[in-house]
Design a protein around this ligand. Structure first.
Ligand SMILES: [Zn+2]
Length: 403
């Protein structure tokens, strides 16, 4: 017990003072953000909003709290009865840490909700992104954005632009840059997409909400004909063909490929297990599986253990559940080579939220590694090496951030 507390204190100090790589965010470009009205509800909307709905908040109430019409006092009156249900979640605890840091409040109540909302609005000034990332001790943040909505020139400073190809199920336009008329047109779009990655953070982010299916060229052509002819509204073969084109180009330029796995929507389609044929068909590509594939954590760990071209990433996992992240780190230490794990990233659009998640990570990683020191698996020096590998060495090397 004493050894555990001793190790935790040293590891927590070591980790919390470290500058880290943030492997995943969706941060708004600052010019976009400065035009937005800010209040506490904006930050609450990042993930806590889902918990509120699932805790019973009605749609019209949700519209009041997260819309831009109601005053802070009115939002608080609607919100307050539901907060008790979510106050122990990692989502909410991270938010409270951020509000304490940025607005100096200890607990949300009617007065502090209004005060913090005003302070967030007052702080929404040029340099807000840089200030928030510096306060979170983040040297680089890999920021995934849609090419259709964010230009690469809009993300500078500590942010690295990562173009994102994301296709929700049944998306009529299949997430393309524009409506393709031929397969050659899709190849042209893939070239444009990769050009954006090369100008930005030299990485690509993927998410397709249907299980991977390889298709022959004839099947892809048929799918395009069907879609253009109105025979079918959505053809997942076209999405996966576009992914194929992107992967070919990523291999040529040695660009790493981040893939959303697990939690979101019908998460069964996003299980990392569905990616096994894709990963094995592309040994020249380097994949970073985001979110440990939660809830399919063991599958993603085993993929990293058994495939040289797969790394795993704890981005967003501390927010999903601190306890889950702690358990996962203990298993990772036993199971996965030290150079294949990325230790931090969030999944936020708003800069102020990043701080709370960073602090949750500091605590969770220190607790997990202290467990391994206390049970004799790691020396303190080895535990520090694990922390440094996950938070700096591995992401810097994998994403080429030292170039
Ligand atoms: Zn994301």
């Amino acid at each position: 017990m004493l050894k555990r507390i001793w190790a935790y204190r040293r590891l927590h100090r070591y980790i919390s003072h470290m500058e880290v790589v943030d492997c995943h965010e969706h941060l708004h470009p600052e010019d976009t953000r400065l035009a937005m009205p800010m209040d506490v509800a904006v930050l609450l909307g990042e993930y806590c909003g889902q918990d509120l709905l699932n805790a019973g908040m009605r749609a019209e109430e949700y519209g009041i709290v997260f819309g831009s019409e109601a005053a802070a006092a009115q939002k608080w009156a609607v919100l307050q009865p539901y907060l008790q249900a979510i106050e122990t979640t990692s989502y909410y605890r991270a938010l409270c840490i951020s509000l304490k840091k940025h607005c100096g409040i200890d607990k949300l109540d009617k007065a502090s909700f209004e005060k913090a909302s005003q302070l967030l609005q007052n702080g929404n000034t040029p340099g807000v992104c840089e200030r928030a990332l510096a306060a979170s001790r983040i040297r680089y943040a890999m920021v995934s954005s849609f090419p259709a909505t964010v230009r690469v020139q809009q993300l500078g400073g500590r942010c690295r632009y990562v173009p994102m190809y994301y296709v929700p199920p049944m998306a009529q336009e299949h997430g393309f840059l524009r409506r393709p008329e031929t397969l050659a047109d899709l190849e042209q779009q893939a070239d444009e997409f990769i050009a954006l990655a090369l100008q930005g953070g030299r990485a690509v982010k993927l998410r397709v909400d249907t299980p991977y299916t390889a298709a022959t060229p004839a099947q892809v052509q048929q799918a395009l004909d069907d879609w253009l002819g109105g025979v079918r509204e959505f053809c997942p073969e076209l999405c996966w063909y576009f992914v194929e084109l992107l992967l070919q180009r990523c291999a040529v330029h040695d660009l790493p490929v981040s893939v959303h796995t697990g939690y979101w929507g019908d998460f069964r389609a996003l299980s990392p297990e569905h990616l096994i044929p894709l990963i094995e068909a592309h040994p020249r590509n380097r994949f970073d599986l985001f979110h440990l594939g939660y809830p399919y954590v063991n599958s993603s760990l085993l993929l990293a253990k058994t495939h040289p071209n797969v790394c795993i990433d704890l981005c967003w996992v501390y927010l999903i559940s601190e306890q889950l992240a702690r358990d996962a780190i203990c298993r990772i230490v036993d199971l996965v080579p030290m150079n294949k794990v990325m230790g931090f990233g969030a999944d936020y659009w708003h800069y102020e939220s990043v701080y709370g998640h960073r602090r949750l990570m500091d605590r969770t990683m220190a607790l997990a590694l202290a467990d391994k020191v206390a049970d004799g698996t790691l020396t303190l020096a080895q535990a520090k090496r694990w922390a440094r590998a996950m938070l700096w060495d591995n992401p810097v090397r994998f994403y080429g951030l030292d170039q």
